[in-house]
Design a protein around this ligand. Structure first.
Ligand code: MG
Length: 378
């Protein structure tokens, strides 16, 4: 039985919660397009992101460890895939729109430059007089302007809901899209993606940190959430220090975070009688959240990771070296704009040289940046 588009929309009406964003409630695309015979608008958006070049480049971009550090560490791509899986689980059980939430997840890190947050900070410092650089703003720029795939327009022409969902940090009365002020909070689907992004990296960075030896389980025992997860592994007969113990404890850690997120968010949505997507966006606080006591515990883990991983002197030294390469590339390309890629060169007149160079470098993977830097030195 071939389902029609109206069957797919009817099933959203039947199965999704009243506060979910439905395709038929979408504000649509900047440039209107005819509908597809068997894919909803949010499905099409997901496919557009998935088939884009910036998505494929996530494979060779740093999550924490530089791309050539080891084959088992997370990259931006595997981080994104793990996050999208968690987001689908949460969206489904809360009755939210899985396709929308997944699309926002798949696109959320598209704007990251090479070498992670260190690369981002350096690129921002280099462009401060020209608007600065922020990976969230860059994600919007990629999907709105920089991708060239479709006849008749630049960018991916995504729906308003996906584009607005990529703008996570909002200042009420200031943050806008297409010249129009945005509500204080993004959609619930975007809120799920935002919190799932955090809990996904808490989980996998704990795993990668142990794998790399940046810290050991005995140090992690200072963190309550880890102690609880490790106790569950031991209750299964697994001894600390054994690989299965670590894997199972990480699994329990993620499960506890997702479980609390789902249960507390459901409690908030029910107790505040949230009856529409607009009510959720205008609400006085985010409605997708850990319970307050659990949020404290999650924050303890976050602080451990910051101190022992992201700001670990060994990681910082490597990242700073990489950021210096970004800086040298930046100055080189300012002097030699003829070395920019063709699509970027074509934008210099419109966007200015500094923005074009920032776009070009931001699009680079770690390995391409290292390769270009070596070329420039050679
Ligand atoms: Mg992320």
């Amino acid at each position: 039985m071939l389902k029609t588009l109206s069957d797919l929309y009817a099933s959203e009406d039947r199965n999704l919660a009243p506060y979910a964003m439905k395709n038929q409630g979408s504000r649509g695309r900047t440039r209107p397009e005819p509908s597809h015979p068997f894919r909803t608008e949010f499905q099409r958006d997901r496919d557009r992101v998935l088939h884009s070049r910036p998505f494929r480049r996530l494979e060779y971009k740093t999550q924490v460890f530089l791309n050539d550090a080891g084959d088992h560490y997370r990259t931006r791509l595997t981080h994104t895939i793990e996050m999208a899986a968690i987001v689908r689980t949460v969206a489904r059980v809360l009755g939210l729109n899985e396709d929308l939430a997944e699309t926002i997840s798949l696109a959320h890190d598209l704007g990251h430059p090479p070498f992670g947050h260190t690369g981002e900070r350096r690129l921002n410092a280099l462009t401060l007089d020209h608007g600065g650089f922020d990976h969230n703003a860059q994600a919007i720029r990629i999907v709105d302007v920089l991708e060239h795939k479709y006849p008749g327009f630049d960018g991916l022409n995504l729906t308003w809901e996906v584009r607005a969902g990529l703008i996570k940090h909002r200042v009420p009365g200031v943050t806008s899209l297409d010249g129009e002020l945005l509500p204080p909070h993004p959609s619930l689907e975007s809120q799920v993606a935002d919190l799932a992004d955090d809990l996904t990296y808490y989980g996998h960075d704990t795993d990668d940190g142990l794998e790399s030896g940046l810290f050991v389980e005995a140090e992690l025992d200072a963190v309550e959430l880890w102690r609880e997860a490790a106790a569950k592994a031991e209750a299964q007969g697994l001894r600390p220090g054994v690989e299965k113990h670590r894997s199972y404890a990480v699994r329990c850690l993620i499960d506890s975070m997702v479980g609390n997120l789902v249960r507390h968010s459901d409690h908030l949505l029910e107790s505040h009688h949230v009856g529409s997507p607009d009510q959720a966006r205008e609400f006085s606080m985010p409605l997708i959240a850990f319970s307050p006591d659990f949020a404290k515990k999650a924050n303890e883990l976050r602080e451990f990771l910051y101190a022992n991983m992201y700001f670990n002197p060994k990681v910082l030294a490597i990242n700073n070296h990489a950021a210096n390469q970004v800086e040298e590339l930046f100055h080189f390309l300012l002097k030699h704009p003829e070395r920019l890629g063709k699509a970027t060169r074509d934008r210099v007149e419109h966007d200015g040289l500094h923005r074009a160079v920032a776009d070009y470098i931001a699009g680079m993977t770690d390995r391409f940046a290292m390769h270009e830097h070596a070329n420039l030195k050679g």
